[in-house]
Design a protein around this ligand. Structure first.
Ligand code: SF4
Length: 296
């Protein structure tokens, strides 16, 4: 089975290299017979997902041809994403903040709707790379603090919950040291499916999946986001800089203050850097008025 997934992935990558990008779907299939000729009012009612996708500029070589929608009897191909975009776009530039915010009583419901929208997602190649579970996110829908990592690992792929392996245990310890419980924060990743062999998500994967994380952030509306590692920071902020250049100062993302620190998996490999990560978290605690349990 794993061999078949690898073979399929290699095939997808080959076709992508050849310029075939129609594997990347936007939203659920929309068949021609189900699409009426749009009335003006219906055209205005686009989903957040559509708005995010449209916020990404098409490559210069792409020609967009407006075709009239003609109802036909035979369902044919689904609505496809545009070719993958390698350009980095910050979450703030991707889409304006929503004019109406979800109130506290409806945040859990709104998150459930995003999860339903994701469904059994096959919008990017990670769907065909051996993933077992889509790891949506975990925690308090009304959390003041949100952690964003890179992508699920093997333990998360099995459990469907982000940060549950050794790195997850370390993150739990970090959260406790901040005077919080894990269930009081919200945790998610840039991509929701495990990249094979825990490799870094490719741009097409991150740029396809991040529309859902953006919606989650807009629903939770955290006061502070902590980007765990350079990959999370790169996609949230739309900049490719070293971690040392991004740490130690505040950034902004979707109305929240954003801090950058080391990924717990990195800290497991290099425990000497835990002190530096703790400095980052102390700045977050200062911003949020949190006290370490030892000092409370
Ligand atoms: S990583 Fe995201 S976009 Fe890709 S298949 Fe999984 S849920 Fe869908």
């Amino acid at each position: 089975m794993a061999g078949e997934a690898e073979q399929l992935r290699a095939y997808v990558e080959y076709l992508r290299d050849m310029g075939v990008h129609d594997f990347y779907r936007r939203g659920e299939p929309v068949y021609a017979e189900a699409v009426p000729v749009p009335a003006p009012a219906a055209v205005a009612a686009v989903s957040v997902v559509d708005e995010v996708a449209e916020a990404r500029p098409l490559p210069a070589k792409t020609t967009v041809v407006e075709q009239p929608v003609v109802p036909v009897a035979v369902p044919v191909r689904p609505q496809f994403l545009e070719p993958p975009i390698a350009k980095l776009v910050s979450f703030d530039d991707l889409l304006p903040l929503p004019a109406a915010r979800v109130d506290a009583a409806h945040k859990a419901e709104a998150l459930a709707e995003i999860k339903t929208e994701i469904g059994d997602c096959t919008r990017c190649p990670l769907a065909y790379a051996g993933r077992r579970t889509i790891v949506f996110g975990d925690g308090d829908a009304n959390a003041r603090l949100m952690f964003v990592g890179e992508g699920p690992g093997a333990d998360e792929d099995t459990s469907g919950i982000p940060f549950v392996g050794k790195a997850g245990q370390l993150l739990n310890n970090m959260i406790q040291a901040m005077g919080l419980k894990r269930e009081e924060v919200y945790i998610a990743n840039i991509v929701k499916c495990r990249p094979p062999a825990n490799r870094v998500p490719e741009p097409v994967e991150a740029n396809t999946c991040d529309q859902f994380l953006l919606q989650q952030i807009d629903v939770v509306q955290p006061q502070v986001i902590v980007a765990l590692g350079a990959t999370a920071a790169m996609y949230l902020l739309g900049v490719k800089q070293s971690l040392s250049a991004l740490r130690g100062r505040w950034h902004s993302c979707r109305g929240a203050k954003l801090a950058v620190t080391y990924h717990p998996a990195f800290l497991l490999r290099d425990p000497a850097m835990k002190g530096e990560a703790w400095k980052d978290l102390q700045r977050v605690m200062g911003e949020m008025g949190l006290k370490s349990p030892a000092k409370a």
